[in-house]
Write a protein that binds this ligand. Structure first.
Ligand SMILES: Nc1ncnc2c1ncn2[C@@H]1O[C@H](COP(=O)(O)OP(=O)(O)OP(=O)(O)O)[C@@H](O)[C@H]1O
Length: 355
């Protein structure tokens, strides 16, 4: 799957001028409020025509302003999930789902329905009306309805934004399963770094209507562009659950060469996982610290140093191929004598890890 989007559009005082290409899996459109994410997704969906640009999915031209091509939104065969579930209030969950299926006509089978219902864990909700569902349940039904229309591409615009943290945590594993099991490309709009870190394969960072950075989630999040909020800076690492200490509920994650100890014996052995380490939770030491409560002390070499603001510096530490970002004060950097090439130890508080 290849989606090519090139769009220029003037919206009042706002100018969108963005181009990106995305592949399989989840592509996150990430950026601050007002950066142009929704405007971009509306152009992909065919809900808006750009002043100039193209939308091409697997070679099929859906929008091309120069050639005056504009495929209507209902002919694009895309699924949509918005911030609110937008279910039909007078229909049961089962009937809301059949509505999605009806659009797909012959392309979606009864087995398809059963599979999606079980994938999203909504078997027990089928008879209920939307008013009797929690926010998270409603969103799962909305996702199911979108999937049952057998979309070629699923567009999700802040699907978790209206949910509280507990409901978000409840729905995330379903989204992950969806990505693992259904081979449908997803464009996912979000301004939450935690969602992007957990779900996205590729990230397109939007800033003031333009693409500020684009690349794999691991690359973009580990080398955060300028517009990232200070609290969002951090490294995203991929690894595998190597062992579990059930008694202490600690999992050991094997990264490229480093090992990390993460709370949560609920992880499955051998499972690939991502770990996000916020830079503010990483300290640096020039000598190996001893008798420390932090479980993770990784040895590495300073690869890069960049001024984060007047008083702080982002230090990128290469730990045998795993890049860890540490945010320290300029004062500490000076006092320790940290330079590019310095051997250092990155001290990570175990609780800071988010698999
Ligand atoms: N029809 C319009 N007329 C004028 N300005 C518009 C129009 N639509 C969007 N805008 C402006 O364009 C900018 C980008 O809006 P957009 O909704 O795409 O941003 P966003 O990144 O999705 O933001 P959020 O995360 O808050 O939803 C905003 O400043 C918005 O006010």
């Amino acid at each position: 799957m290849t989606l090519v989007v090139k769009a220029k559009q003037r919206l009042g005082a706002f100018a969108l001028d963005a181009t990106f290409t995305s592949g399989r899996g989840i592509t996150a459109l990430f950026g601050r409020s007002g950066s142009g994410k929704t405007s971009m997704i509306r152009i992909i969906a065919g809900l808006a025509r750009p002043d100039a640009g193209q939308v091409v999915l697997d070679g099929e031209v859906l929008t091309d302003t120069e050639r005056r091509i504009f495929v209507a939104k209902h002919r694009r065969r895309f699924g949509y999930v918005f911030q609110e579930a937008r279910l039909f209030p007078h229909l049961s969950v089962g009937h809301n789902l059949s509505y999605g299926r009806w659009f797909a006509r012959a392309t979606s089978s009864a087995e398809g329905l059963d599979h999606i219902v079980s994938l999203l864990g909504i078997e027990s909700l089928l008879e209920r009306r939307p008013e009797k569902l929690s926010g998270g349940e409603k969103q799962r039904v909305a996702i199911g309805r979108a999937l049952l229309s057998a979309p070629r591409l699923l567009l999700m615009d802040e699907p978790l934004a209206a949910l509280d943290e507990a409901r978000k945590a409840e729905i995330m594993p379903y989204l992950e399963r969806l990505c693992d099991e259904m081979d449908i490309p997803i464009v996912y709009v979000s301004h939450s770094i935690a969602e992007v870190a957990r779900l996205a394969n590729q990230v397109v960072v939007m800033r003031d209507g333009q693409v500020e950075a684009v690349g794999s989630a691991v690359d973009v999040l580990s080398h955060p562009p300028a517009s990232f909020e200070r609290r969002d800076a951090g490294a995203l690492l991929e690894g595998m659950v190597e062992s579990l200490d059930v008694q202490h509920r600690i999992a050991t994650i094997a990264l490229k060469s480093a090992r990390l100890h993460v709370p949560g014996a609920m992880l499955n052995l051998g499972k690939p996982v991502r770990v996000r380490i916020p830079s503010r939770d990483v300290m640096l030491a020039m000598k190996k610290p001893e008798a420390l409560s932090a479980l993770n002390v990784l040895e590495g070499t300073v690869q890069n140093m960049s001024q984060a603001d007047d008083a702080t510096i982002d230090v990128l530490v290469d730990c045998g191929g795993d890049a860890i970002l540490s945010r320290i004060t300029s004062f500490s950097a000076e006092r320790l004598g940290v330079r590019i090439g310095s051997p250092v130890f990155a001290v990570i508080k175990t609780v800071a890890l988010e698999p």
